[in-house]
Design a protein around this ligand. Structure first.
Ligand code: CA
Length: 229
């Protein structure tokens, strides 16, 4: 299991990211200060860092500089409201591996985390990615690597967001997911809760996976049907 260090002082963002990453099977620790982040990073217990730049005690870029200077080589994804090109450039110069600006979509963060973990030189199994790559069983499967679903004997391609939604359903097989939960996990906290986007995408998935696979639970949300039939 991959262990992620989230360096973030904003409670709301930290809890949003934490909740989402835990549900994706990652382990996570939060450091609200640069000082704490440095101490934690030096333990060598982490596989990847998500780094906010506007920290109360030090600029995130200075922290990054310090980390690389101390020989900390884990991948670092900068996650910040600063979208200035100069900040991006200096982020990469100081050794960041990726850069994502707020507001962001949770699915994009996950895609980037997985990509950065995959890039790592193989100095041991990099957990989350090497664990079960196939979700589901029997007639309905989801391959996390190829991002395809298998329906009976047929493989179907899923668009990015369809895949993220499908993964959420597969990981919560048999459980009812409310529209709000789905919006939050798949589209991010900044999405308009009045939107009907969830229903639209459930419709897309039904077309691809079979219309009876995702049940509508009136007044509650949606549920992926038990897959063992
Ligand atoms: Ca901040």
């Amino acid at each position: 299991m991959s262990h992620i260090l989230l360096v973030e002082d904003e409670e709301r963002v930290a809890s949003f990211v934490k909740k989402g990453l835990l549900s994706q099977g990652f382990e996570l620790a939060i450091a609200p200060l640069a000082k704490t982040a440095m101490e934690m990073a030096l333990t060598g217990d982490f596989d990847l860092m998500i780094l906010d730049l506007g920290l109360p005690d030090q600029d995130g870029l200075e922290l990054l500089d310090g980390l690389r200077g101390q020989g900390v080589s884990m991948p670092v994804i900068i996650l910040t409201a600063r979208d200035d090109i100069d900040d991006k450039v200096s982020g990469f110069e100081k050794g960041a591996n990726d850069y994502l600006t707020k507001p962001f979509r949770f699915e994009e963060l996950v895609v980037r985390i997985k990509a950065r973990l995959r890039d790592r030189p193989s100095d041991g199994p990099t957990a989350a990615y090497d664990e079960a790559q196939i979700l589901g069983q029997g007639e309905l499967l989801l391959d996390l690597r190829s991002r395809q679903a298998k329906v009976g004997v047929r493989w179907v391609e899923l668009a990015t967001r369809e895949f993220v939604l499908a993964e959420l359903f597969f990981r919560n097989e048999g459980k009812v997911l409310s529209r709000e939960q789905i919006l939050d996990r798949v589209w991010g906290y900044d999405y308009d809760p009045g939107s009907n986007i969830v229903d639209v995408y459930v419709g897309y998935l039904r077309k691809k996976l079979g219309s009876d696979r995702i049940e509508t639970i009136r007044g509650q949300g949606y549920r992926l049907r038990q897959l063992c039939s």
